[in-house]
Design a protein around this ligand. Structure first.
Ligand SMILES: Nc1ncnc2c1ncn2[C@@H]1O[C@H](COP(=O)(O)OP(=O)(O)OP(=O)(O)O)[C@@H](O)[C@H]1O
Length: 650
């Protein structure tokens, strides 16, 4: 049966190292074993239980032998009863031991998996945003989940196989003790039975691997297509018939491999049963003759036949041991690959805290930045698309020689053409990325010298397309400050101009916002994000102003919400609205990754440069002005200020 390893994958070139191959780095086995060190006591207990189980396996045929030879054949009723009772007792002991060994082996397996899972999750959560922008989510989740389950299952088989070693040795020793001739005949039969079994086992293993890959591929695709935005795109742009045909092909391949695996598994089982029956027939044939010749008694023959039945199972487990061990090592090594990915952005051991509750000034000092290449931040095997890896690629500088100061408590507006680098500048302020040269500073402290906690606590971000978890409004808000009281929640929502809406919902704060908060309108989502920001109360606010989907009424609400959000904070706003731009303390005109112009609205307009051009082509358009919010009475009554001085910055 011809099955491609990954469907839809483009053929890879010879010089392209295959990130999906099962090659394992040297030292991996030692690293795997290190995970068992904390569980050494349980492993020792497991070995002891395994030895006792093996003893039960070999003791029962001996009791049978004695029951027949010493009891039935000698008409000794007492021996018959005694041996029957002992056999039953051993059966009970065997059942209890098997329960205990299952418990101990599960404790070891689950313990190791727990350690590895927690370590991997903790590591992935520390990886920089660049890693997540490159990685396909479905594949990453698969790596963290499926690989671990695979490792755990294979590990369970490995422990059972280890038990089998003891059983096989003891059974063989007993066979030789009972009849060396029959034992030899049995040994000759073993390879006849084991070799095809191993062959079938390999086929099954290969197909199981392919099945898992195929499932992961389909899972990744569904993850992408069936989230709200993917589903929306596919409804608007997709070709439903072709897409359905693709799903059908993939599902069909899964079905085909599934059927093939079941047949081969049944074949393997049937082969084992067949060979065990043939071996038993041979043993009865040879042994029966020996009983007639008087070489040994009938009880011995029955004991040998029973022993044989207990030999083949453990032998089959042993023969698959190498592959099983390989599965464990490969699965572990895939997780290790992830663990070895060094986070590009790290906290210094001597990192300092920034003073809380005081808005810092922001300084960009000759900042240059380029986005990291795939080699620097991600794993090819997690990017899923089998494109040729960009080895040694260097990305172009996105920012060059950016220097400016945003004094504490002021509003800086970033304007410029699309792709100029405005969002990238805001990413540097929240330390999602580090500059390649130069520095970004808060009150003179390089962000690289500050703790992650203090940067997180200082900077609040509201993006254009605010992200909400699939949870209640309350939980989404509490994410910013879990200790917030009901009154604080209400106050934040009032400040963000969203309280009226929440109040009108039948379930209020307990309304579920749906996948990515999709049940709310764009403006509502952004106001909810502003409420979240107000609860967090950061001293630096980064805002990407919404460009679309706000009617003038909801835009006015958002603008009023922003007045509260930006008051007394140092703000960096990617501005699209004339109202914001006019009220900024300074405007930076970004073009081609550099600051082309800097000044206030009037200064820049008078200069007649790029800003003036942008103003006339974009900002001064009627729709921008039409959307300008009406000032709220209570906001402006106290202290009438001209629009082009500080209103937000305070
Ligand atoms: N994760 C990324 N990896 C590589 N390049 C990127 C990445 N994000 C952005 N870029 C590139 O960096 C440049 C600046 O992008 P940026 O998003 O900062 O521009 P912008 O001024 O905010 O544009 P817009 O107004 O359209 O949002 C663009 O050429 C963009 O293609």
């Amino acid at each position: 049966m011809e099955v491609m390893l990954r469907f839809g994958a483009s053929p890879k070139s010879d010089d392209d190292p295959d990130p999906w191959s099962n090659r394992v780095r040297p030292g991996t086995v030692r690293r795997v074993l290190a995970y068992f060190r904390p569980h050494v006591g349980k492993v020792a207990l497991f070995v002891l239980i395994a030895a006792m189980e093996a003893f039960v396996v070999i003791a029962t045929p001996l009791l049978m032998k004695e029951l027949i030879d010493g009891g039935i054949l000698k008409n000794d009723f007492g021996v018959v009863i005694l041996m029957a009772v002992l056999t039953a007792g051993l059966a009970v002991a065997g059942a209890l031991l098997s329960l205990m060994s299952a418990y101990v082996s599960a404790k070891i397996g689950e313990g190791v998996t727990y350690d590895l899972r927690v370590q991997a999750l903790d590591h992935v959560r520390r990886l920089p945003i660049a890693f997540f922008t490159r990685t396909q989510t479905g594949v990453l989740v698969g790596r963290l989940h499926t690989e671990l389950i695979m490792a755990q299952q294979a590990f369970g088989h490995l422990l059972m196989a280890a038990t089998s070693v003891v059983t096989v040795l003891l059974v063989l020793a007993e066979l030789f003790y009972l009849s060396w001739l029959v034992a030899l005949v049995t040994l000759v039969l073993v390879p006849l039975f084991v070799v095809p079994w191993i062959w079938v086992g390999r086929i099954i293993q290969r197909r199981t691997g392919t099945l898992m890959e195929t499932n992961a591929g389909l899972g990744g695709l569904l993850h992408e297509r069936f989230n709200v935005q993917g589903a929306m795109l596919s409804k608007l742009f997709g070709r439903p018939d072709e897409e359905m045909a693709d799903y059908r092909t993939r599902a069909g391949k899964i079905r085909k491999i599934g059927v093939s695996i079941s047949i081969w598994a049944r074949m393997s089982f049937a082969m084992m049963a067949l060979m065990a029956s043939i071996a038993t027939a041979v043993v009865y044939g040879v042994g029966g003759g020996l009983v007639i010749d008087g070489a040994f008694q009938l009880g011995t023959l029955i004991a040998i036949a029973t022993l044989l039945g207990r030999l083949f199972g453990p032998i089959t487990q042993l023969s698959g041991m190498q592959e099983t061990a390989q599965t464990v090592v490969v699965s572990f090594s895939r997780i290790f690959e992830l663990l070895d990915l060094k986070p590009l952005i790290q906290e210094r051991p001597d990192a300092k805290e920034l003073e809380k509750d005081v808005a810092p000034g922001i300084e960009f000092d000759d900042v240059a930045f380029r986005y990291p290449t795939a080699d620097e931040v991600s794993l090819a095997s997690l990017e899923h698309l089998r494109t040729k890896r960009e080895h040694g690629d260097v990305t172009a500088d996105v920012l060059r020689g950016i220097s400016f100061e945003a004094p504490a408590g002021t509003l800086t507006a970033l304007v410029g053409p699309s792709g100029a680098g405005k969002s990238t500048m805001t990413h540097l302020v929240s330390r999602l990325y580090d500059p390649n040269s130069g520095a970004v500073r808060f009150d003179g402290h390089d962000l690289r010298d500050l703790t992650f906690d203090s940067i997180r606590g200082t900077v609040g971000v509201v993006s254009q397309d605010a992200y909400l978890f699939h949870d209640t409004i309350r939980e989404n808000l509490l994410y910013a400050r879990p200790t917030a009281t009901e009154d604080e929640l209400i106050e934040a929502c009032k400040g963000a101009q969203i309280w009226e809406l929440i109040q009108s919902l039948p379930r209020g704060f307990d309304t579920v916002t749906g996948d990515r908060g999709y049940r709310m309108s764009g403006g509502e989502k952004q106001r909810l994000a502003i409420a979240r920001l107000l609860l967090k109360a950061p001293t630096v606010v980064v805002l990407d102003e919404a460009t679309a989907h706000l009617d003038s009424e909801s835009e006015a609400a958002v603008q009023r919400a922003l007045k509260t959000a930006l008051r007394s904070r140092t703000s960096l706003v990617i501005a699209h609205r004339l109202s914001t731009i006019r009220e900024a303390d300074q405007i930076l005109v970004i073009d081609g990754g550099t600051v082309r112009e800097r000044g206030t609205h009037d200064e820049l307009l008078a200069r007649g440069g790029l800003y003036s051009e942008l103003y006339h082509t974009q900002f001064a358009r009627p729709e921008n002005n039409a959307a300008k919010p009406e000032p709220e009475e209570d906001e402006f009554d106290e202290e009438p200020e001209p629009l082009d001085t500080v209103v937000y910055g305070g």
